[in-house]
Design a protein around this ligand. Structure first.
Ligand code: XMP
Length: 319
């Protein structure tokens, strides 16, 4: 029986053997997979590892700061924090088509990452938090039908372009196993148990044009919604929960005043792999508490709706 402690020890030996005296660069996304990969590799080769965190400004409230402090202060891992918010928001200006938004973000991400890798002085290896399902999915993509429902940018593109050898210590693991390994490596629960978050971040939760102002509005609403979910003890029972800021304004009343503000949709699903999903059946009191708080506390939102769509036919994200 293969325990996680044994897996950890074996992987560390394997990474050392593969890398030797070489230098490794690893992109951090804020998600569990890249975090666990980075901490494991750091344990194996210490300062031969440099992490690059491309902060596209499309993260949730406080998330970028959390990543930076965990890696730099807690683990003492060399981390380059690239604040690229202006660059991403600048390129997103005027884009409304979901695929164009995704393509721009994916492409820009690679450019920024390459520039930073060059500044660091290059590396021999590129580390990625690729999981077993990613391996299968990218294989079946090439063999499967030529219809892309959504272009994901986790796998592919980068390694070929950068001409580096890959270090992928999580390739044999499923998500739940990565979480166990993360715990084993001492990653805080708030990190290990975190819901999946898409690479393009909040940009695909703001249908229509993405602006700094709309990102800020969405961040506040999303934070309140997740705070209520945690307070109700429901976070771990849910696969993903998030708010979406709709490009629709509706009329409301606040005190004696008429408002004309945006609609926010909240979504929560259960799933085992993200391929299919069911809506989470919150009780009415919970949902009305969330709606009231968001409307009272977030300027710019005056209506909250709950998304009742399972996958299929809907996708988990709105874009
Ligand atoms: P959908 O929306 O296709 O999403 O039902 C399935 C799962 O994948 C996540 N997702 C992404 N993850 N880059 C990512 O890293 C992406 O472009 C992307 N799009 C969707 C989504 O959050 C869900 O967990």
């Amino acid at each position: 029986d293969w325990t996680m402690a044994e897996f950890r020890a074996a992987k560390i030996a394997e990474i050392r053997a593969q890398v030797g005296e070489g230098r490794v660069i690893c992109g951090l996304s804020g998600g569990v997979d890249s975090a666990v990969a980075a901490v494991l590799i750091h344990e194996a080769i210490g300062d031969q590892l440099t992490c690059v965190f491309v902060d596209h400004g499309l993260m949730r409230l406080g998330e970028a700061e959390q990543v930076v402090s965990l890696f730099r202060e807690h683990y003492g891992i060399k981390l380059v924090h690239v604040n690229a918010e202006d660059r991403f928001l600048g390129g997103l200006a005027g884009l409304t088509d979901p695929e164009k938004k995704r393509k721009f973000i994916g492409g820009e991400f690679i450019k920024v990452f390459e520039e930073e890798a060059a500044k660091v002085g290059g590396a021999d290896f590129l580390a990625q938090g690729t999981l077993y399902p990613d391996v299968i999915e990218s294989v079946s993509f090439t063999g499967g039908p030529s219809v892309t429902i959504k272009s994901h940018h986790n796998v592919g593109g980068l390694p070929e372009r950068m001409n580096m050898k890959l270090v992928e210590p999580l390739r044999e693991l499923f998500k739940d196993e990565v979480r166990v390994l993360g715990k084993e490596l001492g990653l805080p629960d708030i990190f290990v148990g975190r819901h999946p978050f898409p690479g393009p971040g909040l940009a695909i939760r703001i249908p229509g044009e993405v602006t700094k102002e709309r990102c800020d509005i969405l961040r506040k609403a999303d934070f309140i919604y997740l705070e209520e979910i945690r307070n109700a003890g429901l976070y771990d029972a849910i696969w993903q929960a998030f708010a979406v800021l709709l490009p629709v304004r509706t009329v409301g009343v606040m005190g004696d005043l008429r408002t004309y503000d945006s609609v926010c949709a909240v979504r929560a699903v259960t799933s085992t792999d993200g391929m299919t999903a069911d809506i989470y059946p919150f009780d009415a009191a919970f949902l009305s508490r969330v709606a009231t708080r968001i409307i009272n506390e977030v300027k710019g939102i005056n209506r909250v709706v709950y998304d009742y769509t399972s996958k299929p036919p809907g996708t988990i994200e709105w874009e």
